[in-house]
Design a protein around this ligand. Sequence first.
Ligand SMILES: [Zn+2]
Length: 239
Amino acid sequence: MLVWNIVIGCTVASFVNAAVIRSQNKQNYIFSRSCCPDCGHVLSFIDMLPVAGYLIRSGHCHYCGSRISVRYPLTEMLGAIAAIMSRNMFEFVLYMILLAVALYDMDTMIIRNRYLIMLMVMSFVVTDFCFIGNHLLGIVIISIPMRIIAVITKGFGFGDVKLMAVCGFLLGWERAILSFVLGCMTGSVYAGYLLLCKKAGMKSEMPFGPFLALGIRISFRYGFRLIDLYELSFIRVYN
Ligand SMILES: [Zn+2]
């Protein structure tokens, strides 16, 4: 079962990555053959093996020797982790849509509406409507303050706001707050790393979607446990 999950996770994530890249180039991502982005040579079966293909070819194109981005095996490994973490197929699909959101935002600084619509549909599928009030509050609890901050400081893009509105419904208000906090924490650590390494300046723009997607993913799977842990560790100490 574990091996099956890894194979499925790697393969689907590889397809998601290819679909994100090809959609930016207006290519057909279902029927067009995979090629090397440098020499254009059509890839063989071995080249396309998730993770293994990268390792067999030592991270270089077999035909022109150009370096293959580490994004390919990393994305495939994320897919394997998502498949292992998922309790059911819906959860895995949800993680794959979040992966597409993150990859597309990394490439273009845009969060695509079509991914948000997919997330909305998935939210309706997995939401327990007994707690609808909690989920409706989740839509606005982060998105409204984010929108206000975005208007005043331009600190967030409108896509980030829409992502938090859609996923706020999915998560409910407590986990929506947690996902935002996790997104800010991981985003800040990465921004600090870029500043320290002088890879970015104070005025550089950075996509926030990948960090929000990570926060949403962790909150969806472990949110209630993390909130309980927080309450046990901090709140009771002060009571
Ligand atoms: Zn090549």
